[in-house]
Structures are given as C-alpha cells and as structure tokens.
Design a protein around this ligand. Sequence first.
Ligand code: WQD
Length: 341
Amino acid sequence: MRATAILMSTILVTGGLGYIGSHTVVELQAAGHHVVVVDNLSNTNAEVADRINTITNTPFAFHKLDVCDTEALAQVIQQHEVDGIIHFAAYKAVGESVEQPIKYYQNNINGLISVQDCMKRFDIKNLVFSSSCTVYGDTKESPITEDQPIVQAISPYGTTKIIGEQLLADFAQVTDTRIVSLRYFNPVGAHKTALIGELPLGVPNNLVPYITQTAAGIRKKLTIFGRDYNTPDGTNIRDFIHVVDLAKAHVKAIDFCETNTFGLEVFNIGTGVGHSVLEVVNAFELHNKLQLNYDFGDRRAGDVEQIWADTSKAKSVLGWESELGLEEMMQSAWNWQKQLS
Ligand code: WQD
C-alpha cells in the first residue's frame, strides 16, 4: 500500500524548467510521480517543457509564475492535489549575487517563505530544498560531512542558502513537516538525449559551460584560475556530479520525506571524489577526442582551494549514490553544447 501511495504522489516542482529542475522532472516521471511545474522563465524558456515531454512522453502541468507571488502559487496548488514540493526556484549565480545582494535576498528568501506559507495553508508535509556546498564557506576539511559547522558563506548566494536552511529548521520545529535539504556540489553534464541541459545566459561563470563554449569556438580560450594552490597539480579541486545523478537524488529525497519522521534532514549530494580543474580539462579533451585552447591565469577571488563531499549519509539514509563518472559528464556536456550551437 505504501509503495502505491508514494508512486501515485503529485509533486510540485518550482523552477522545474531550469537546469537541475528539468532533469528532476524527467526522473520523477520515470519513477511514477505525477508532476506540476511552476517557473517564471527568468533563467530558462518554455520550450524546455516540450523537450521534457519528448523524453518522457508523459504530460505534466506547467504554470508560468513567480513563486514570490504567493496567491498565484496558492491558486496552482489549489488546482492540484499536491503531496510534496521540490523547491528549485532561486537565483544561483555566485558572482551576480556579490554585485546584486538585495536582488538575491529578496528573491531567494521571499520565494522560500512563499512556499512555506502555501505548505501551511494546504497542509503539504513534504519538501525538498535546493541547497549548496557553498554553505560550508572556505572550508579546509574534505571530504566534508553534513555536521561540519556552518560559519560564513563566501557570497550572498551562499548566505541565502544558509538562511533558507535555518528558515526550514525553524518551520519544521512547529509544523508536522518532513523536509530534506540537499547540498549540491558541482552539477555538470546533460541528459543523454542532449534535449535538456544547462542554458547559461551570457558569459558562463562555471567551469564546464566555459569549457564547452571554448570547444565550440564561442569563447577564444579557457583560463584556469590559479595553478599555485596546495594541490597535486596546483589547480583547485571540486566534487563534480552528473546532473542526472543529482536529479535522481531528488526522487530519493521526496520519497524519503513520505516515509520519514517529522523534521529537517540535510544531505551532501556529490560523488565523494574530488577532481582538479586540470583533470577535468584533460578528461574533456580525452573523452571528446579534441584539443582545448586554455592557459593558466591568476586565482579567482572567493575560490575555495579544495572541497569534495562525504556522501555516506545520502548512501545509508536515502539509499542513493552517484553512478556516472567524468567520462559521461564530459561527453554529455559536449553533446549538449553541440546541439545548442
Ligand atoms: C569550479 C572551479 C574555478 C571557470 C559552483 C557554483 C555554486 C555551487 C558549487 C550550486 C573553480 C575554476 C571556473 C573558469 C576556472 N553550486 N574555473 N575557469 O565556484 O566551485 O561553485 O558550484 O549551488 O553555486 O557556483 O564552480 O564552476 O565556477 O568553478 O578555472 O573559467 O573551476 O576557479 O576552481 P564553483 P565553478
């Protein structure tokens, strides 16, 4: 009986046409969930809904709205029997958040408060929140576990995630809600069909879109920011995770909510393996059989030297672990870029 209850649940996905959101919608539908998507299209476009349908051949409701508009969000929830929410809708560009902190606090915090307001109004008990390893700030400890003290994020974007988790912890204390916060490491890659992937607007801040745009001739050259770090090859180390593995973690998380006791649980979502920037560049060249034009430049302000996840909690409690390696990450990223160009 329980399994049927979980499989037939209807999940509201805010920001569901975005990079991670769209891949999560695909995996939710594959797992038998009904899906309702809300998105204000500020960082994506409506065509993504058609592409998801092409992949899953399973219709879902899409409503264009801003989650900060609580009444609009409530109207959509009223139309559908929502059993749980996966909340992606937020701004996520670290550099932009430094230049425009108020825009980030207004959107990311008010958007979450609006979701919490609707959970109370409609007695929705299950929520998965999109958090980030940036909450760990400039940590020296890797692999990093969830019980590492959260001190100071390195950007307003990261601070909105720290505040978000605190809002959820306080909310869970006084409601019968079951909340999971997923702390993503570095999401990269694209769906194997190359129908959905990351749509970076403007010059990419992140490494892998910059690599693929350089390979496509859109950018002249990749600059690796810093080669004098205290790491084996001198470049930063990160935990790059395939976006499809990350999407599957959300399905495990929402199903876990249905079976969990009330309260907030936090999970690191990475591969548990650190790769240097230079290793990623070399993997991109090797697995796509091409030469990338790159050089080494100065360090980038705010970069953490090395960080990768201890993912044992997600494995033991959610029953989730990553399955895809650098080869699939780099090949899917390049296949996606090629169909974009
Ligand atoms: C990775 C490495 C750069 C670009 C991101 C998101 C953050 C969070 C974690 C979700 C760094 C180097 C980059 C370039 C380079 N994700 N780099 N040349 O900073 O780890 O954080 O993932 O919440 O929101 O921003 O990712 O891809 O920007 O950088 O050398 O042109 O690649 O110095 O070492 P980062 P990134």
